[in-house]
Design a protein around this ligand. Structure first.
Ligand code: GTP
Ligand code: SPV
Ligand code: MN
Length: 593
């Protein structure tokens, strides 16, 4: 017996009987175990050693070229009732999904080692944390899970104490895209993933557990599991506001979470504290505020674009003990990607670099690293009670229309802003890049249940006694006529966060508009900012006709959720549409009244 918990031992025995591995290894999470796996993977070629003088403890993994991103078209929510999965998910009946998956898993680990990975999402002693066990035949998954979660003996002890855990079964399989599925069984707290070794498809603690399964549980238990970073902004008086922000994949969460203040702000004493870069679990505390933990222990971050100019914190975080996936390599064996100085000699597929083959590093190449290595890692990130959230921010890649920042009037309006979010698609998921799609709360690929119910759940937090965060929407990606970004982004985004904090503290007035409150002239601090006054005006401008069309599109999108769309959200969309109509034709209101 490797576990004293019968349910765990029985499940592991059943999986072993199905997959028929040669060995079973229960992961204890120790450094010796990690080093042993790394040595085995170096010997088998699954890992390549990088320059140990410049990058001690760093290794490169090249995934199969057809297995480089999440596969949303092969990801299913298998709830008993199809309606519960909603139009936002692919659905398959649980019995059909189980038999399809079990046929794939049948004998798939023959001659190989099966790893049993107990893990905890969140600080090990936190009441907000939840545990799971992932069974996999991939040592790459094991070493990544060790950096991304609290993995091993302590997690197993908590599972044995609590008696419940999420069951995740994974096999890399043949990496055949025709035999690749990511299945979720929310009522059984179970996940089955076959045929991919990549990121969110294979590291089951991340998107599968901490978002799809957790969002389902959160809906039933009164909390929120969100695709959000968590960052602490400390002002010169030493007061820290924690902000949670939802941006779709590859839209700037890691960068905002590790922001470095512009020089003038640094001089004045502003500091930024990183609590999380991808996932946030929040629940109301006794004082009515929302308290958040980061369920993860590491970063699985986008490599391309990470540089000393854009994100020096990330660069210093990944200078040692980091696993790189699908990056390029320089002549002296250092990891390389677009945005770094120097030149690559080997591309992400291990071929001699030739620009005719496209970028040297895959656009969705990633680093995996323990969060503790981040210079701005917040001491509060390990706090079992979580951090109180002052503001929730939504945002996406919107080349036009959406202003740099706007504040919702109240919680209901904020939920509408989140539900209406849109963004251009990126390389983080397979499929076309640069197409505008609605991505409510940045959860389109991750919400484990019907979006209509999810919107109702969000609205339900607005109740007597609640002291809810203020809600904002940002757009770092507005483009000018020349096709270039109007806003420099990255560290300069602190200027926008400062305005938000001013709104929270009551020191910034803003200007009210039908779509929300935007900064009044002169309220955004611009000293030392290289943005022309014209560009700034354009960034904050509200195009009433464009917004009327947008509200119509939002209304149509919301109606796609049918009978489960909360009436309160429909009414809110109508209220904003009406206010826009009144503003566009001021005489109409006078005539009507
Ligand atoms: P996931 O890990 O996929 O969830 O992505 P993420 O949301 O953490 O995105 P990340 O911070 O890794 O940024 C992805 C890309 O957006 C990188 O190429 C960044 O350089 C770019 N980016 C991030 N912040 C900004 C910004 O403020 N302005 C601009 N123009 N680009 C940004
Ligand atoms: C994302 O795509 O939002 C990621 C990477 O954070 S993955 O782990 O693959 O989901
Ligand atoms: Mn993400």
């Amino acid at each position: 017996m490797a576990s004293t918990l019968e349910a765990l031992q029985r499940w592991v025995d059943d999986v072993a009987a199905l997959t028929r591995p040669a060995h079973i290894h229960w992961c204890d999470g120790s450094n010796v175990e990690y080093q042993t796996l790394v040595q085995q993977m170096l010997a088998s070629g699954e890992l390549v050693e990088l320059n140990q003088d410049t990058h001690p403890g760093c290794y490169l993994h090249r995934s199969h070229p057809s297995d480089v991103a999440r596969v949303e078209h092969l990801t299913f929510v298998c709830s008993r009732d199809e309606q519960d999965a909603g139009p936002n998910n692919h659905w398959m009946a649980p019995a059909e999904a189980h038999s399809k998956m079990d046929a794939l898993f049948d004998g798939c680990m023959e001659g190989r080692t099966m790893y049993v990975i107990p893990y905890c999402m969140g600080p090990i002693d936190s009441p907000l944390a939840r545990c799971g066990v992932e069974i996999t035949d991939s040592p790459y998954v094991v070493i990544n899970m060790r950096k991304m979660t609290r993995m091993g003996a302590l997690a197993q002890a908590r599972i044995e104490r609590e008696g419940t855990f999420v069951k995740g079964l994974h096999s890399t399989g043949e990496l055949d895209p025709e035999r690749r599925f990511i299945m979720h069984f929310p009522e059984e707290l179970a996940i089955k993933s076959y045929g991919s070794g990549y990121g969110g498809n294979a590291l089951l603690g991340k998107k599968c557990h901490a978002l799809r399964i957790a969002s389902w549980q959160a809906n039933q238990e009164g909390w929120l599991a969100e695709h959000m970073l968590i960052v602490g902004i400390e002002n010169p008086k030493g007061e820290t506001h924690y902000i949670a922000a939802a941006f779709p994949s590859a839209c700037g969460k890691t960068n905002l979470a590790m922001l470095i203040p512009p020089e003038g702000y640094r001089r004045d004493g502003w500091k930024v504290w990183t609590v999380g870069d991808d996932i946030c679990w929040m629940r109301p505390g006794d004082d009515g505020r929302l308290y958040a933990i980061n369920p993860e222990a590491g970063f699985f971050g986008v490599a391309p674009g990470t540089s000393n100019d854009s994100n020096p914190n990330a660069l210093s975080t990944i200078a040692r003990d980091t696993i790189f996936t699908n990056v390029a390599v320089t002549a002296d064996n250092q990891p390389w990607w677009e945005g770094l100085p120097g030149t690559p000699v080997t591309d992400w597929q291990g071929r001699p670099y030739d620009p005719a083959n496209g970028p040297a590093a895959h656009p969705n190449s990633r680093f995996t690293v323990s969060a503790k290595q981040c210079p701005t890692w917040s001491p509060k990130a390990e706090d079992a009670q979580g951090v109180p959230i002052s503001a929730i921010v939504f945002g996406g890649r919107r080349p036009s229309l959406l202003p740099l920042v706007m504040q919702a009037n109240d919680w209901t309006h904020g939920v509408l802003m989140g539900a209406a979010m849109g963004s251009e698609t990126t390389a983080a998921a397979a499929g076309a890049v640069g197409v505008l799609r609605r991505d409510s709360m940045a959860m389109k690929p991750f919400c484990g249940y019907h979006y209509g119910d999810y919107f109702s759940h969000w609205l339900s937090f607005d109740r007597p006694g609640a002291k809810l965060p203020k809600i904002f929407h940002v757009n770092w990606f507005r483009k000018g006529e020349d096709g270039k970004f109007l806003w420099p982004g990255f560290g300069e985004n602190l200027r926008v966060l400062e305005w938000m904090i001013g709104r929270i503290d009551g020191t910034a007035n803003g200007v009210h508009s039908p779509i929300g409150t935007v900064p009044a002239k002169g309220e955004l601090r611009t000293e030392g900012l290289a943005v022309s006054p014209n560009a700034l005006t354009e960034l904050l401008d509200i195009d009433l006709a464009g917004w009327q069309a947008e509200l119509t599109a939002i209304g149509q999108y919301l109606e796609s959720f049918g009978a489960r769309l909360p009436q309160r959200l429909r009414a809110e969309q109508q209220r904003v549409a009406q206010a826009l109509g009144d503003a566009a034709q001021p005489s109409r209101r006078a005539v009507a009244s």
